[in-house]
Ligand binder design. Structure first.
Ligand SMILES: [Zn+2]
Length: 92
């Protein structure tokens, strides 16, 4: 499994159930994310858990609110797909 997002399956969890680390490309600019230019964005599903993804700090800082929402929405589409496919399962 090589997901572009990570997730916690319990609100009290300290260590993610899945963490994509810094591999992958920034959802804003499409270029590889580096340790030096990194920001983790958390998006709450509900009481079952939450998801997160990583982007460039510089891209996030310079983005507008509509751009940030559009990136969030792209991840929700991806997350919905994986939840329906059963590759990601939050605690019920
Ligand atoms: Zn970027």
């Amino acid at each position: 499994m090589d997901l572009k997002f990570g997730y916690f399956t319990d609100p009290t969890q300290r260590v993610a159930s899945y963490d994509p680390d810094v591999q992958g490309d920034c959802a804003f600019c499409g270029k590889p994310i580096t340790e030096e230019n990194l920001r983790t964005i958390s998006i709450m599903r509900d009481a079952r858990g939450s998801y997160f993804y990583r982007v460039h700090r510089s891209c996030h800082i310079s983005s507008s609110e509509p751009q940030r929402l559009a990136v969030d929405n792209n991840f929700w589409v991806l997350i919905d797909f994986h939840e329906k496919a059963g590759t990601v399962q939050l605690n019920a």
